[in-house]
Design a protein around this ligand. Structure first.
Ligand SMILES: [Zn+2]
Length: 257
């Protein structure tokens, strides 16, 4: 994204105008040096880009049917600032505006900004950014097949090699009421060494180094659950061995490089 930065003054505010939608980021920073201002602006721009990315993927998630209605949530972590950006509660994905994305301090859970009610699963997202340094984005869905499979309260075995995007299998976290710290802890424990986890009688959580990866994993695990469902309807599917899955996990590490 090409960004044009224009410095100016509006009353006692320093203003910065960016090229997307005449967006004005206001900085009460006229006491700062120009290099400090640029640093501050760059932080704001980075967060803004993450917010726009969440909106883009929310629309994609809604259009693809990966989650129904307002179900599920998406977040991205900015570790330089210790802030996570997360979707609001109860607003249909295509309708979410940038100012309705909530910024949360990962350390203490305090809401920093956002003109809407924060997602009910804010604790679920926060626990991962606090303790899993490998994950910078999370996608939680109520996708049809993964949610149906989560009601079996069982680990999803590697029925298809693509499951390796998440690890050697996809465990299922013990049920707890939605939005609780208990649910966050159960999912965090179950997802150790994996990038996806089923949530019993609820849905799916996928995480990645960025939103593109997290979203791809969520889609891929939904696909694997659908394959498992159809294969078991036709007979008994052969499950890939742990050795084979470990091999594919290694192959995927080098994929695309
Ligand atoms: Zn949910």
């Amino acid at each position: 994204m090409e960004l044009e930065i224009v410095f100016g003054r509006l009353g006692s505010w320093d203003i910065v105008i960016l090229d997307y939608g005449s967006e004005i980021l206001r900085l009460r920073s006229y006491s700062l040096s120009k290099s400090e201002k640029i640093k501050k602006i760059n932080k704001k721009i980075k967060m803004k880009e993450k917010i726009l990315q969440i909106i883009e993927y929310g629309k994609r998630m809604s259009a693809s049917g990966l989650t129904a209605g307002t179900g599920g949530n998406i977040s991205v972590f900015d570790n330089a600032q210790g802030l996570m950006a997360i979707t609001p509660s109860g607003i249909a994905y295509p309708e979410i505006r940038p100012d309705q994305i909530i910024l949360v301090d990962v350390d203490d859970g305090k809401i920093v900004s956002g003109k809407a009610k924060v997602s009910s699963e804010v604790e679920l997202h926060r626990i991962f950014y606090k303790y899993r340094t490998d994950l910078k984005a999370l996608v939680h869905t109520h996708s049809a097949y993964a949610t149906a499979y989560s009601c079996l309260n069982k680990t999803l075995p590697p029925v298809h090699y693509l499951l390796a995007v998440a690890g050697v299998d996809v465990p299922c976290a013990t049920y707890a009421t939605y939005g609780t710290v208990e649910l966050a802890q159960n999912v965090f424990a179950a997802m150790a060494d994996r990038k996806a986890c089923l949530m019993a009688n609820h849905g799916l959580l996928a995480g990645g180094e960025d939103l593109a990866e997290a979203y791809n994993i969520a889609e891929t695990i939904e696909f694997c659950c659908a394959v498992y469902c159809r294969a078991t309807a036709m007979g008994e599917p052969r499950i890939l061995s742990l050795e084979e899955m470990e091999k594919v996990v290694e192959l995927f590490k080098g994929y695309g490089q």
